[in-house]
Design a protein around this ligand. Structure first.
Ligand SMILES: [Zn+2]
Length: 89
């Protein structure tokens, strides 16, 4: 709880800087059905080499991800304090 209150104090001072985008949908990988749930794990909603979009765990992203992130390519999320927060894309 101590960490959380510190974070709120920081957020209040930098509201404009902190526009956290969180993934609220299903956390299962479309390919291997792995559920991303551990702290620090990455999750991708991104285009694959086959051209299709998919929700991917980091292992499958390495295998089939198109490699690019950003608008029109894909987004990367990382599990942080129990939430998938967008870090790239
Ligand atoms: Zn997977």
């Amino acid at each position: 709880m101590a960490d959380r209150s510190l974070r709120f104090a920081w957020l209040e001072g930098d509201v404009e800087e902190v526009k956290q985008v969180t993934w609220k949908g299903d956390r299962h990988c479309d390919l291997c059905d792995y559920e991303v749930k551990n702290e620090g794990e990455a999750f991708f909603d991104a285009r694959t080499r086959m051209g299709l979009w998919a929700k991917l765990c980091s292992t499958c992203w390495d295998k089939v991800g198109a490699g690019a992130l950003g608008t029109g390519h894909g987004q990367k999320y990382v599990m942080t304090n129990g939430k998938l927060i967008k870090v790239e894309g």
